[in-house]
Design a protein around this ligand. Structure first.
Ligand code: WQD
Length: 344
């Protein structure tokens, strides 16, 4: 068995897929999650896929003493992958304090505890949102960080600065910051996938729930943007491809494959896809229609962003493999499984 890793937010969408890939790579995993946007049943899905049930502690990372106890009860943790955060652009505009409390203090608590437990590194789940609306596309890691257009994006920028300042202060740990573009899809087994509590904030779960008849129709937030079909463009990346990048990052850090104490990577496909193109790709791949209507723009949305993934491709040796079309079919298969289980 390889080293022991703490995964915060490990019952969440990206977290759960990453736990599976860590276990497949031989890591022992401890999860801390407060289940605010996930369900305990995700542990069953992880176990069905990997055959290993991760250690789980239901806890809010704002409870620093609680986190310290989990670290004491699970000695030998050498790395952290920190996913736990609120992540909806639109929601953050309306609930800024929820986002600042949930996304900032939690990271500070973790960083504060790392030296006490000799944890060597932290992989931080960041986002292309830190770029705002880039002036140049595709966007590279050295693109200027522009004023965030949402409290969510601002928390990711501040998180990165907190980590950067800790590294600059020579605290005894390393960090790799992964800037995701738009994660979509589900594990090919359909045992785990995206299952937000309540009305989905993100596009693809809303598409699959509309296709399933759970939602009446999809609202497309604007078709008057400066893009070929007027709808926003994003870089949609398969969640399993994304999860695999985290294992590579943890390996890189814990096996000291780099002299850098802080590295930053864009994780995207390098391909921009519009909302309307995504809807049509879903319909083509699944044969299921998605009723939609064009409505006003959503506050906080940027117009278009897609990655230049060359840095991750060359330095990490990682490339996104799955197409958007194939990935949308995995999202649909997951939605079908949820219906089969009577969950949605
Ligand atoms: C995508 C596009 C919407 C819903 C955020 C975070 C990012 C990542 C993913 C964590 C936009 C449009 C959406 C709907 C729509 N978070 N849309 N109707 O806001 O690009 O990215 O979530 O990993 O860090 O920034 O994702 O899926 O909400 O929106 O038209 O019902 O779909 O306007 O153009 P977003 P999203």
């Amino acid at each position: 068995m390889k080293k022991k890793i703490l995964v915060t937010g490990g019952t969440g969408y990206i977290g759960s897929h990453t736990v599976v890939e860590l276990q497949n790579a031989g890591y022992e995993v401890v999860i801390i999650d407060n289940l605010s946007n996930s369900n305990i049943e995700v542990l069953d899905g992880i176990e069905k896929i990997s055959g290993i049930r991760p250690v789980f502690a239901q806890l809010d990372l704002n409870d620093k003493e609680g986190v310290r106890n989990v670290l004491k009860e699970n000695p030998g943790i050498k790395g952290i992958i920190h996913f736990a955060a609120s992540k909806a652009v639109g929601e953050s505009v309306h609930k800024p304090l929820l986002y600042y409390r949930n996304n900032l203090v939690t990271l500070v608590n973790l960083l504060d505890l790392m030296p006490e437990f000799h944890i060597d590194g932290i992989v931080f789940s960041s986002s292309c949102t830190v770029y705002g609306q880039p002036d140049i596309l595709p966007v590279t890691e050295d693109a200027p960080i522009k004023p965030a257009l949402s409290p969510y994006g601002n928390t990711k920028q501040i998180n990165e600065e907190i980590i950067r300042d800790c590294i600059h202060a020579d605290l005894p740990f390393k960090s790799i910051i992964l800037r995701y573009f738009n994660p979509i899809g589900a594990h090919p087994s359909a045992e785990i996938g995206e299952l937000p509590n309540g009305v989905p904030q993100n596009l693809v779960p809303f598409v699959t729930q509309t296709a399933m008849g759970i939602r009446k129709e999809l609202s497309v937030f604007g078709d008057d943007y400066d893009t070929p079909d007027g709808s926003c463009i994003r870089d949609y990346i398969n969640v399993v491809d994304l999860a695999k990048a985290h294992v590579i990052a943890i390996d890189r850090m814990l096996e000291n494959k780099s002299d850098e104490k802080l590295e930053i990577f864009n994780l995207g496909t390098g391909r921009g896809v519009s909302v309307l193109e995504l809807i049509h790709a879903f319909e083509k791949g699944t044969g299921v229609k998605v009723p939609y209507k064009i409505v006003d723009r959503r506050e906080g949305d940027i117009e278009k962003v897609w990655a230049n993934p060359v840095h991750a491709n060359t330095v990490l040796g990682w490339t996104a493999k799955e197409t958007v079309e194939d990935t949308l079919v995995t999202a649909w298969n997951w939605q079908l499984k949820l219906r089969e289980r009577g969950i949605q």
